[in-house]
Design a protein around this ligand. Structure first.
Ligand code: F6P
Length: 538
């Protein structure tokens, strides 16, 4: 059944002239009634132009789309990814103490917990120096080779949790551009380096090419006989890891019911675990598990993932804002926007509904962002005064980790709050005139100068606030966004768990390689591609 946004659009049109400040003026308790707190996370969506009736209609959408039923179908292992015939069970990876889950007639939790215990044991022994390299040296550096979900989750979480990292240094190589692996390996000693090849399928060309380059680099120093001590693999494809020559004891497997972009909670998270240790990794899982429980049990009006999703639906499908910015006032979340780009855009960037019919509304938005305050000095100009509205999702912690730098944290928080305040209230023409008149401007020039200094305001934002970016909190935040994507996908009636849109480019890249190598002709290509091949062919 296709969702109908016409009622919500009518409600939006009826309130077209309303300013968000009017909503605060007419409801003294708006900040409280349009914010929710769960397990220490505060989500404030009061600075959006959603009123109580619109909120109720948005919540109705959850009922119409049977989000509750689909949510339980996901958690219980039904094959909701029906273009690939797969269950969607990344939540099982953080189901630390819950009931078993049955897939194809078999309980899966025993296997999940067994792999987690193997990861714990491996990470402990590497960190203690009990597992050593071919020259019996402890590993000082880990190079994770993977791309997409086999890179973005671990690198995002590693950067986020650096205050907890006391194991080997981690480095991440993803791009097939030789510059990436060259620059990473250049500074490392092969004798103390462990290479992790992370690939769900173990066929991804970027990853397999980089893995071969790393292998060649290692063989030069440790020889063929030493190589197996320097490689581990994270994959669902044991046959392929064996064919690559990776010791089965150093392969950490998972199943096809873990999607690539949802995989940081299991073996793909191994580099993170090596860096922060199994205890902190368990806290990361516990944070996500707490969000799972909240998502399954909190009523919709207090349900963080559902409300975050509904603000997304309101801004994109109802108001027509095509993008949303994720703006963490947290330097260590520097890779979160990139992580969320894959999570949100690979999941909900679809053109047909579950039953294969063309969508009659827009699917997921373009997601982008950068940590504040850097973004303020780059693209916030457009957010404040551009002609398009960009809904912004701010994130900020009460405390940083840096003793002695509390004054800097205070400045960071002030900036975050100031931006959402400025986007809300704006600056009127008469205020701008007063400012320019005080500077001595008069007449037509005063008017012209003042108009450049007007801020329309009334721009919607949400703020997610938390105490401190601990492993637990990071787990909560990432799971919150996963479930937000799920809820939006269910409302849109699309499959959030496949990614057919990445395939065509991959196929054409494989076909173009021999053309660039000069062994095949470019005659069947379009004119532009032929001319670019001519220019770029070596
Ligand atoms: O190209 C898209 C994709 O399939 C992602 O969904 C996935 O995260 C990434 O490639 C990497 O895939 P793999 O882990 O199989 O190497």
């Amino acid at each position: 059944m296709s969702v109908d946004f016409s009622g919500l659009k009518a409600l939006n049109a009826a309130a077209a002239d309303r300013h968000i400040l009017d909503l605060f003026a007419s409801d003294a308790a708006r900040a409280q009634s349009f914010s929710v707190e769960a397990d220490g996370l505060l989500f404030d969506y009061s600075k959006t132009n959603i009123d109580a009736a619109q909120k109720a209609s948005l919540i109705d959408l959850l009922e119409q789309a049977d989000v509750a039923g689909k949510r339980e179908a996901m958690f219980s292992g039904e094959k909701i990814n029906d273009t690939e015939g797969r269950a969607v069970l990344h939540t099982a990876l953080r189901n630390l103490d819950g009931d078993d889950i049955i897939v194809d007639g078999t309980g899966i939790m025993k296997g999940v917990r067994h792999v987690l215990a193997r990861m714990d044991d491996f990470a402990d022994r590497v960190r203690r120096g009990d597992i050593t390299s071919s020259s019996n040296a402890p590993f000082e550096n880990i190079v994770n080779i993977g791309i997409g979900g086999s890179d973005l989750g671990p690198v995002m979480a590693y950067e986020a949790l650096r205050p907890y990292a006391n194991g080997p240094q981690c480095h991440f190589v993803s791009n097939v551009d030789g510059a990436h692996i060259y620059d990473v390996l250049k500074g490392l000693n092969p004798l103390t380096t462990l290479v992790i090849v992370a690939s769900k399928t173990f066929t991804t060309i970027e990853t397999m090419t980089n893995a071969q380059t790393a292998r060649d680099w290692l063989v030069e120093r440790v020889g063929e006989e030493g190589i197996s001590r320097h490689f581990a693999a994270l994959s669902t494809a044991r046959d392929k890891t064996a064919a690559f020559g990776i010791d089965p004891d150093l392969v950490f497997g998972f199943e096809d019911w873990v999607g690539g972009r949802y995989s940081v909670w299991g073996p793909i998270g191994l580099p993170l675990m090596l860096a922060i240790g199994p205890q902190h990794f368990a806290d990361f899982l516990r944070g996500a598990q707490a969000m799972d429980t909240h998502f399954r049990t909190a009523p919709w009006a207090e349900n963080l993932p559902a409300l975050l999703a509904l603000t997304g639906i309101w801004h994109n499908q109802v108001c027509g804002h095509a993008t949303r910015a994720v703006l963490p006032y947290e330097q260590r979340l520097v890779r979160l926007p990139a992580y969320l780009q894959q999570l949100e855009m690979e999941s909900n960037g679809k053109r047909v509904s579950m039953d294969g019919e063309d969508l009659t509304f827009n699917s997921g938005p373009v997601v982008w962002g950068e940590p504040g305050t850097n973004g303020q000095h780059a693209f916030y100009q457009l957010i404040h005064q551009g002609t398009r509205v960009v809904p912004c999702e701010f994130m900020v912690a009460k405390y940083g980790h840096e003793a002695g730098l509390e004054h800097q944290h205070e400045l960071l928080v002030s900036n975050c709050l100031a931006q959402s305040e400025a986007l809300l209230r704006g600056r009127s023409l008469s205020e701008a005139r007063d400012i320019m008149s005080a500077k001595g401007f008069e007449g037509a020039e005063l008017e012209r100068q003042a108009r450049h200094r007007v801020f329309p305001g009334n721009r919607p934002t949400t703020t997610l606030a938390y105490e401190r970016l601990t492993p637990f909190v990071l787990g909560q935040i990432v799971a919150l966004y996963e479930h937000r994507v799920f809820v939006e996908g269910v409302i849109l009636g699309i499959n959030s768990f496949d990614q057919w849109g990445v395939e065509l480019g991959k196929e054409l890249a494989v076909a173009l390689q021999p053309v660039l190598a000069g062994t095949e002709s470019s005659a069947d290509k379009d004119g532009s591609t032929q001319s670019l091949v001519k220019f770029l062919k070596v």
